[in-house]
Design a protein around this ligand. Structure first.
Ligand code: ADP
Length: 375
């Protein structure tokens, strides 16, 4: 078990800077996800820890040891790949044992014991003599995980390990990987583009965009206090609604709306930013429909009502912009209706329209201020 530390890490492919200024400390025993859209640099960061990519600048340490020039085999890591990379001609038992036999001088009976234990932990002990081709996708995934477990590494590296599974199995395996992490307590770095996976499994999430860290935080911090517009837009489904706004007295005003903040809150906003151009953000689940207009409502015209089982998504127009709100299935306005969308000022997010940075943090919504702007 060990801490993983990044100091000013960059990665260049020829002249292209793919990963920029990564400074990050992953604590011993932590489960940290690297989350971001395709091409944001997640795999590159993971592959640099693994030693599958050179580090172009800065240092990566595992524990107190800088690993930049250490052979991948000697870094104390074990990796689980998206495609599992199992040997098709070998039995499950041999797949689990092969890496240890090839790269270590661990005695055979110790290897056998580790293989049996890992197989038991993963519930594949009855499949040890089968070939991977005779296993389901979920079982193959377990073998790939088992192969990492038998190495008893200091750090697990996982690159989208669940993305080849169907939705139900994926959910099951999420819980299973969490159980294994709880049991072994091994520091884990987990790459995913799936926010739900990151939100449900991680102690902390690192959000990447364009090779930059956008925010590091617990799932709650990231959801409640997105550091900038990129994170606010990326986390949450349906996505947060955004409106250009200015603060006018106590009112946030924009195209087709006026939303009244309490005087105290308006003063707090003015105290925390000098920018005139704001973006008001409100999550679909933080809004509801009020019977009557008030200072805390904005008026909208219903465009589409989309049932999604327990809830309805209502798409409506505020001025020239679309807004999405999530309401209970029993709330079914008619298309063309005027509705009053109400939300609490504690749920309002405010960003600097020019830099994208979150300019206003409501107490209890701690934001890591070491983040980048989106511009
Ligand atoms: P992600 O895992 O988030 O999808 P990657 O780490 O694979 O992103 O890629 C980050 C950036 O680095 C992308 O712009 C990608 O095109 C570039 N990149 C990745 N691998 C290579 C490579 N071998 N050669 C050149 N550019 C690469």
């Amino acid at each position: 078990m060990s801490r993983v530390t990044f100091d000013d890490v960059i990665k260049k492919y020829d002249d292209v800077l793919a990963v920029k200024d990564i400074n990050l400390e992953i604590e011993d025993g932590e489960f940290v996800s690297l989350l971001g859209p395709s091409g944001s640099g997640k795999s590159t960061v993971l592959r640099m820890i693994a030693g599958l990519e050179d580090i172009s600048g800065g240092t990566i340490s595992i524990g107190d040891r800088v690993i930049n020039d250490i052979h991948p085999r000697d870094r104390g890591i074990a990796m689980v790949f998206q495609n599992y990379a199992l040997y098709p001609h070998m039995t499950v038992r041999d797949n689990l044992a092969y890496g240890l036999k090839l790269t270590t001088d661990i005695e055979e009976d110790v290897i056998d014991r580790r293989v049996e234990e890992a197989a038991e932990m993963l519930g594949i002990e009855d499949h040890l003599d089968k070939k991977p081709g005779n296993l389901s996708g979920g079982q193959q995934q377990r073998v790939a995980t088992g192969r990492a477990i038998v190495r008893e590494p200091e750090v697990f590296l996982m690159d989208e390990p669940l993305s080849n599974l169907d939705a139900k199995l994926k959910m099951h395996m999420r819980t299973e990987l969490q159980r294994i992490h709880d049991e072994l307590g091994t520091t884990t770095v987990y790459v995913t583009h799936d926010q739900e996976e990151a939100m449900t499994m991680s102690d902390r999430i690192v959000i990447l965009a364009d090779g930059h860290i956008q925010q590091v935080g617990t799932p709650e911090e990231i959801y409640n206090s997105p550091a900038n517009l990129f994170v606010a837009d990326f986390i949450g489904s349906p996505a947060m609604n955004f409106f250009d706004a200015t603060l006018d007295g106590s009112f946030l005003t924009g195209d087709g709306f006026e939303y009244g903040l309490s005087r105290t809150r308006a003063d707090e906003v003015r105290g925390s930013t000098t920018t005139a151009n704001l973006v008001l953000g409100i999550r679909p689940e933080d809004a509801h429909i009020a019977d009557t207009p008030s200072e805390n409502t904005i008026e909208a015209t219903v465009d589409v009502v989309e049932p999604v089982g327990s809830d309805n998504y209502i798409y409506a127009n505020v001025g020239s912009q679309e807004v999405t709100i999530r309401v209970p299935a029993s709330v079914k306005p008619t298309v063309g209706d005027i509705i009053y969308i109400e939300f609490n000022e504690n749920d309002v997010h405010l960003f600097d329209a020019d830099t994208g940075v979150n300019v206003f943090t409501i107490e209890g919504r701690a934001v890591d201020r070491t983040v980048e702007s989106t511009s």
